[in-house]
Design a protein around this ligand. Structure first.
Ligand code: IVH
Length: 673
């Protein structure tokens, strides 16, 4: 047998055993036999480096460290799911589905566990794993290909046949509980820090710049769906799709099941709830999806979540502890939040020492007193809260909490709007607490993204009166920073560089960064898209604001209030004067700036856009259109009868998108069929 042939045979053999072991959980050979095969292949490849291929099982050992992760724009966004805790919410979901599909009868659903890990997207071309990315903010994730290649349960090349030319498989990366426990034992033995829970450990392991570290962590993968698909028809149902994915070599949950109607959903939930503790991995609920894919498409999406799917979550984890004290936190908008200081308690996988009590009314309603024994609840990633008190355990000395009438931070009067539950400090940006929060928000990752400007630093900058407004950040010098406690020169200059970088931003991020009450990231994006200019937004009256998608009277009023405050306009002017810029009209780009500065080449006939319109849309979003494909091209937009440009793009491995994907990149709706 030739060496090449032997290498091929070994690879096939090893991949088969990988699949048996990691996907089917049914090993055929002992570890020693497997190791012998593996070492023979390694030796062959060492002797004949020309035989090494990127999809060889020997390549799962990790690659040299990266300086940083590249970002990946998801051509189909990675959305989230609506949550339900109560049966009634499932009933409402099922009713809406039936209304949406105009059917009276029971709907067929695909039900599966909700894995408690991290979402990733795997891109395959011609059956070969090309790229893997994290979910990120759903629009843009991180390229963690080298890390994902080290997971034995992720096929480097697909089995069977009939897979699409290009497609993305979506699923979850997690640790099995036993692997996680072993990992923590190891960490302990090596004197290294233990992980608080399997999910954190999975996140930490996947986001290693050095994939050789990831390779030593036994992460697993489960597929639960697909993203963009080109070049083949898929089965007509979600359950059929998962069966296909299994055929092609992906692990899919063995607990998946087709169920019928509301009763089927609730029975499945109860059954998985009973089996939860005996499953080898952590789940935090189950997911229901309308099985018929055409019906899914008809139902579509509401903002960030599909109408055709629902996450039915298990009740949150609870634990009992002592409430030592209640303190007050002042938030960005001045809201005073009472926070319970607790005797440390392990709940929902982490040690909790603080829990929110929401507001004064909640404290009264639950009759929480200082010194009480309380039930603390933590669901998934949400902030822990005090669920209820155990009155039978109340000590004699327990005392009532009284909401302060003046702000504990700045002394300003505390006001409570009679029809609002929250009490607020009236100090505005005079209040250092509000100023600190406003600065942290301004610098946060989804806003102007100033890396290195954290709590401690903001605390010092504000307390020493070096920084009062976001605009002051752009006046900071090395000297001012070096005078602060515990700031090394290196981190000071890194921070200055990050501040400098933040000057190049997008309109949506800038609007979000302003911290206007009730204007979150999605609204900021809508506003940027609608007005495409900050001045137009600032000048808009209520009626004009109400024209923006999803902007109602409350949001419109918050925006008007913000713009009527001369101080706010002053800060905006100072920010502009300091050099903070975005390309106006670039409002149409998603917050990740998917298109800004990118070079596009158009080829072939697009189904609905003319070349001119496509060009205008790209340019309006801050992209460039060029006529020839070169190394500098970022995207080739290909339509029918695309010719040599498309071939050249393939040759240079440039991303090819169709009209639909272009519109997604531009954050525009697809035209109605
Ligand atoms: S389907 C369109 N199925 O839950 C939504 N998601 O809240 C596609 N997750 O980020 C998601 N198990 O990471 C789906 N069986 C499952 C899942 C699952 C866990 C996670 C996923 C997603 C989050 C959505």
């Amino acid at each position: 047998m030739s060496v090449a042939k032997r290498a091929r045979a070994l690879r096939a053999e090893i991949e088969k055993h990988n699949h048996q072991y990691y996907v089917l959980d049914a090993p055929l050979v002992s570890d020693a036999e497997y190791d012998t095969l593996f070492r023979e292949l390694q030796a062959l490849e060492a002797e004949h480096p020309e035989l090494v291929s990127s999809d060889s099982p020997t390549q799962r050992v990790g690659a040299p460290p990266l300086a940083e992760f590249a970002s990946v724009v998801h051509s189909t966004p990675m959305l989230s799911l609506n949550n339900a805790f109560a049966d009634e919410e499932v009933l409402v979901f099922d009713r809406r589905v039936r209304e949406g599909l105009a059917t009276e009868g029971d709907v067929d659903y695909a039900a599966e566990p909700k894995f408690d890990g991290l979402a990733v997207s795997l891109s395959y071309e011609q059956g070969i794993l090309l790229r893997g990315a994290t979910r990120g903010d759903g629009t843009t994730g991180e390229d963690v290909t080298a890390n994902l290649r080290t997971l034995h349960s992720i096929p480097l090349h697909l089995q069977g046949s009939g897979w699409p030319d290009r497609f993305e498989v979506r699923g979850e990366v997690l640790f099995w509980r036993s692997d996680f426990e072993r990992l923590n034992t190891q960490q302990r033995e090596r004197g290294e820090k233990e992980f608080v829970n399997a999910r954190n450990a999975a996140a930490g392991s996947l986001r290693q710049l050095d994939s050789r570290i990831t390779a030593r962590r036994p992460l697993r993968f489960f597929a639960y769906g697909v993203g963009t698909v080109t070049g083949a028809a898929l089965p007509a149902t979600h359950s059929g799709l998962l069966d296909k994915l299994a055929e092609w070599g992906f692990p899919v949950a063995p607990e998946r099941r087709r169920v019928s109607g509301l009763t089927g959903l609730l029975a499945y939930f109860a059954e998985i709830g009973r089996r939860r503790k005996s499953l080898p991995y952590d789940i935090d609920g189950v997911v229901y999806k309308v099985d018929d894919l055409a019906a899914q498409e008809r139902l579509g999406f509401v903002s960030r979540a599909p109408r055709f799917a629902l996450a039915h979550k298990f009740p949150a984890d609870e634990a009992i502890t002592e409430l030592l004290d209640i303190s007050i936190q002042v938030g960005r908008t001045g809201a005073l939040t009472p926070v319970a200081r607790l005797a440390p308690v392990f709940v929902g996988g982490v040690t909790v020492t603080n829990a929110t009590l929401h507001n004064e009314d909640e404290i009264r309603r639950k009759d929480v007193r200082i010194g009480d024994m309380v039930v603390v609840r933590r669901a998934g990633d949400v902030i822990p809260e005090v669920a209820r008190v155990l009155p039978e355990k109340r000590p004699q000395a327990a005392r009532q909490f009284i909401m302060p009438t003046s702000c504990p931070v700045c002394g300003s009067q505390v006001a409570r709007n009679p029809d609002e539950a929250v009490a607020r400090c009236s100090g505005g940006l005079y209040c250092p607490a509000q100023r600190k929060q406003a600065l942290l928000h301004f610098a946060s990752r989804r806003a102007l993204d100033i890396e290195g400007l954290g709590d401690k630093l903001v605390e010092q900058l504000v307390d020493s009166a070096v920084v009062r407004t976001p605009a002051d950040l752009y006046r900071l010098g090395l000297l001012a920073l070096a005078n602060l406690e515990r700031v090394a020169e290196k981190s000071a200059s890194n921070l200055l560089a990050a501040i400098e970088r933040s000057k190049q931003t997008t309109l949506a991020r800038f609007i979000y960064a302003l911290g206007i009450r009730n204007v979150g990231e999605a609204t900021a994006r809508d506003l940027a898209r609608h007005f495409a200019s900050l001045d137009r937004l600032l000048a808009a009256d209520e009626a004009q604001l109400l024209q923006v998608t999803d902007v109602g009277p409350i949001v419109a009023q918050s925006i008007r209030q913000f713009c009527n405050e001369p101080h706010n306009l002053e800060v905006i002017e100072q920010l502009r004067a300091a050099g903070v810029v975005w390309s106006e009209g670039e409002g149409r780009a998603p917050a990740g700036g998917a298109v800004v500065g990118k070079v596009f080449v158009l080829t072939g006939t697009l189904p609905s856009l003319t070349r001119d319109t496509a060009k205008q849309l790209i340019e309006a979003a801050g992209g460039k259109v060029s006529s020839a494909v070169s190394q500098r091209t970022d995207f080739v937009v290909a339509g029918a009868e695309a010719g040599s440009k498309l071939e050249k793009a393939r040759l240079l491995a440039i991303r090819v998108v169709d009209e639909g994907q272009l519109l997604t990149l531009l954050n525009l709706e697809q035209p109605a069929p």
